[in-house]
Design a binder for this molecule. Structure first.
Ligand code: GLN
Length: 378
């Protein structure tokens, strides 16, 4: 019993949000916006509930939503996907990642990962029987290099788990990085599981490009997206997977025994939302970019060394010069100053980086200003 009870760790997001609730802190830890999300998308969900979209939808997802996802990716990323055979709806991107690993891995298969990484990845890879091979990305660019890939890819490599834009660093991989990784995936016949949930949350005029667009990757990429991040509705847990038909068929086998389906009313609302005009998506970026700039200026004004943020809801500060590690800084920040943040060492399996702290800026101006005010003199 003891070995079971002491198994998996508690995620840092749960820990910090609990501390924030207990202490009444401004929560800039776990990444969720405090605006209510687009009213028309929420109304579409409410209507769907009232009109009776409440029984099990098809296992792969509502046909309306799968068609909307295909149209959306054709419009925004130049991808041609068959909505009937190449798209599946999941209960959040995390289910999609877990299911993909369960479907693809046999015990002992190696999986290439990049640190810092979202804290769910490693436990999921291990639980699926995979052997992690981790590349540690170096600040400030957190880019790829050939020697690092050469060191981790082998004939045992079955999959790569790749997150772009990258949480927590808020960086975006370069065209050269994607081309390099694609070359290694093709050379080693590896499947790329691509967590692209931040595909719409990129700033300064950038445009997301999927690893799936790279040469040789169309048939070996599992592209994962999330409505939560596209509509600022993170609790909805509507994710979607795009992959070539044979691969998607395999992933669907895992999905049928995991959650089987995802609430149809939310699926209907997401189908509506994905069809919104370009102005909505440009507006999402513009609003978040404005929040980013407001918060980064505030942090810089408090003397923090801010690491530039190209995408995601997050910005990082380097606290190296302050003589305190990230965990103790975050504990002090929440208990003495009433602001919750995330120590980035939680994203490094070996805890090898301890000088970076992540803040979520996807908040109303008043929330950001209140947090900055509390951080005075920290
Ligand atoms: N994706 C969110 C973040 O990075 C956390 C989600 C969760 O709490 N598991 O902050």
């Amino acid at each position: 019993l003891n070995s079971v009870l002491s198994g998996l760790p508690t995620t840092i997001f749960e820990e910090m949000s609990r501390r924030a609730r207990e202490t009444g802190a401004v929560n800039l830890g776990q990444g969720f916006p405090d605006d209510p999300g687009p009213a028309d998308v929420r109304e579409a969900a409410a209507r769907a509930v009232l009109e009776g979209w409440n029984q099990y939808p098809p296992m792969l997802g509502l046909p309306e939503l799968r068609a909307a996802i295909a149209a959306h990716y054709a419009r925004w990323q130049g991808l041609v996907l068959d909505p009937e055979r190449e798209i599946m709806v999941t209960s959040g991107a995390t289910e999609a990642i877990a299911g993909a690993l369960m479907a693809i891995l046999e015990p002992g298969d190696e999986v290439v990962l990049f640190a810092p990484m979202y804290d769910a990845y490693l436990p999921l890879v291990r639980r699926a029987g995979g052997v992690p091979r981790v590349v540690t990305l170096q600040p400030p660019l957190f880019g790829l290099d050939e020697a690092a890939l050469e060191a981790v890819f082998s004939e045992r490599t079955k999959a790569v788990l790749f997150n772009d834009p990258l949480n927590p660093t808020a960086t975006v991989f370069s065209d050269a990085d994607r081309a390099l990784l694609a070359r290694y995936c093709v050379r080693h016949d590896a499947i790329a599981i691509c967590d692209e949930v931040w595909e719409h949350v990129i700033f300064d005029g950038r445009r997301h490009r999927s690893l799936m667009n790279e040469e040789g990757m169309r048939e070996r990429t599992v592209k994962i997206g999330s409505a939560g991040k596209i509509f600022n509705l993170t609790g909805w847990k509507v994710g979607f997977v795009s992959a070539a038909a044979p691969l998607l068929g395999t992933l669907a086998k895992a999905h049928q025994f995991l959650t089987f389906t995802t609430p149809p009313n939310l699926q209907a609302a997401v189908a509506y939302g994905l069809g919104k005009d370009d102005a909505y998506f440009e507006g999402l970026r513009a609003d978040l970019q404005r929040s980013r700039d407001r918060f980064c200026d505030g942090l810089a004004g408090l003397g923090f060394s801010v690491i530039p943020a190209a995408g995601t809801y997050f910005v990082n500060v380097d606290i190296g010069a302050r003589g305190e590690d990230d965990v103790s800084f975050c504990r002090r920040l929440v208990s003495e100053h009433g602001v919750a943040a995330i120590p980035v060492s939680a994203f490094y399996p070996g805890g090898e980086v301890t000088n970076v702290v992540r803040f979520c800026f996807a908040k109303r101006d008043a929330t950001l200003d209140a947090a900055l005010e509390r951080m005075r003199g920290v």
